[in-house]
Write a protein that binds this ligand. Structure first.
Ligand SMILES: Nc1ncnc2c1ncn2[C@@H]1O[C@H](COP(=O)(O)OP(=O)(O)OP(=O)(O)O)[C@@H](O)[C@H]1O
Ligand SMILES: [Mg+2]
Length: 452
């Protein structure tokens, strides 16, 4: 492998000047002379093993005076593996595009060259966050020593903004890869939540939980930045998919529910309760195409409030971060403890499945039961429970009768499972793992007998 080493700017300047002088003397037609000059300067920088200078030249000339093919030839001719890799990374990411997310191909090539050639020197010194001022690149870079992944940090603008909650701002970033770099989501904590970093990092690679690429922490002056890089889901949150009116077949609805139940059961197996279940905190990826049997992926995200079920939560802390998704028993302070948290998560997910199934929000959802404290806890508990019973009981009876006669369809069995999950009586809801297994057999039976 041929690596570059740093040379003084003085040598470069003299060399560049000499080239310029040479080109002027030979009085070639203007554009040809200039093109040659660009190529010659680049060749010289490759010869001189000066990656910093080369990076600058690439940024300046690519697409204007020099094509990627010409660069490829130089890289090959000079046997420069790093330049070849940087070029491949650039073509892998851009294909035929000249610009993506406001990043010009030439600027990307310069960053790719730096990552391929110089990043390791900083990593050796445990420097994992590299501001643009330090590298001379267009954007800052961040390296995760645990996964050895490198990310290009993009500024906040219309093209990069994904969303923001109460605790994080989420922007697009680039996960650098020599073969195919990817646009990913970069969530930066705006409030310190160490436990979120720990849980998210521990659950990396768990099915049904958002696909975490890296969790990083770096200090800049007195400030500490805590960042979670995840796969970018499209359209994003389930709430976004609902409001954009994405249509799903029953096959797809079951698949989405199965994915999410899998995630919940993985959390619950570890005695972790999510405590902030809402459609905003579930992410969904819907491939292009008509509703049918698309390869949809749904996951549980935002582990900002996730913690052990055995923790002693302060009496005033909410059972669910999103008040609308609080089960009736969660209204009564101090009532939900230990394994009760698992039932409360099941209820909240049940409410989401209700919306997925019926294509409208559960009619009893309201934050007033938690927020409006002018009435007693018990009366609010009773009103909410009665309301849920009123909206679900008659349908539950119909489905139960059908099931008894063995005449229940897979779609109805799915509906029955959802109505059980939102039962005001926490004991009747079931647990995530059992519900997952049950839904899996419904889903399999459905796949065998229905096209959609
Ligand atoms: N990987 C991703 N892909 C697509 N969209 C995402 C991704 N991660 C987050 N988002 C969007 O950004 C929003 C905020 O993210 P997140 O829920 O993690 O932040 P938060 O501040 O912790 O939220 P909360 O207010 O629920 O505590 C999400 O609701 C979702 O719409
Ligand atoms: Mg959130």
């Amino acid at each position: 492998m041929k690596a570059f080493s740093a040379r003084t700017t003085f040598v470069n300047s003299v060399f560049a000047f000499a080239l310029l002088f040479q080109n002027t003397i030979w009085a070639q037609p203007e554009n040809v002379a200039f093109e040659n000059q660009a190529l010659q300067q680049i060749q010289a920088a490759v010869d001189w093993n000066d990656s910093r200078y080369l990076g600058k030249l690439l940024k300046q000339y690519l697409g204007k005076k020099v094509t990627l093919d010409e660069l490829r030839q130089i890289a090959k001719g000079h046997n420069s593996e790093v330049l070849q890799r940087a070029i491949e990374a650039t073509t892998g990411f851009y294909g035929t595009h000249k610009e993506m997310l406001g990043i010009k191909r030439a600027a990307f090539l310069q960053m790719a060259l730096f990552i391929e050639n110089s990043l390791h020197e900083f990593v050796k010194k445990n420097q994992y966050y590299l501001p643009a001022e330090q590298t001379g690149l267009e954007y800052p870079l961040e390296y995760d020593s645990q996964t050895r992944r490198t990310f290009i940090i993009l500024p906040q603008n219309k093209q990069t903004y994904i969303g923001a909650g109460k605790n994080k701002v989420v922007l697009k970033a680039i996960f650098y890869n020599e073969k195919k770099s990817e646009v990913v989501a970069r969530a930066v904590q705006t409030k310190v939540r160490e436990i979120e970093m720990k849980t998210t990092s521990e659950l990396r690679g768990t099915t049904g939980i958002m696909d975490v690429l890296a969790c990083t922490t770096f200090k800049k002056g007195n400030e500490v930045f805590r960042t979670i890089y995840t796969k970018l889901y499209f359209p994003g949150s389930l709430s976004r998919a609902f409001s954009l009116r994405f249509r799903f077949t029953y096959y797809e609805k079951m698949k989405i529910a199965l994915n999410i139940l899998k995630g919940l059961s993985e959390l619950h197996k570890r005695n972790i309760t999510h405590r902030d279940i809402s459609p905003q905190n579930c992410l969904i990826h819907i491939p292009l195409g008509k509703a049918g049997r698309r390869e949809i992926v749904a996951v549980i995200a935002d582990l900002g409030r996730a913690d052990s079920i055995w923790k002693n939560y302060p009496l005033k802390s909410r059972v669910q971060g999103h008040s609308c998704y609080t089960p009736p028993e969660g209204i009564v302070k101090g009532r939900v403890k230990g394994v009760d948290f698992l039932k409360s998560d099941v209820y909240a997910i049940g409410c989401i499945f209700y919306q997925l199934f019926y294509e409208k929000a559960a009619p009893w959802l309201s934050n007033k039961y938690v927020i409006n404290t002018s009435k007693s806890e018990f009366s609010r508990y009773r009103v909410l429970s009665t309301k849920i019973y009123r909206y679900t009981n008659s349908r539950k009876r119909v489905l139960a009768r059908k099931a008894m006669r063995g005449k229940i369809s897979t779609r109805e069995a799915f509906e029955q499972l959802i109505l059980r999950m939102v039962d005001p009586d926490a004991e009747k809801r079931g647990f995530a793992t059992g519900l997952y297994t049950e839904l899996q057999s419904i889903y399999e039976a459905h796949s065998n007998t229905n096209r959609k």
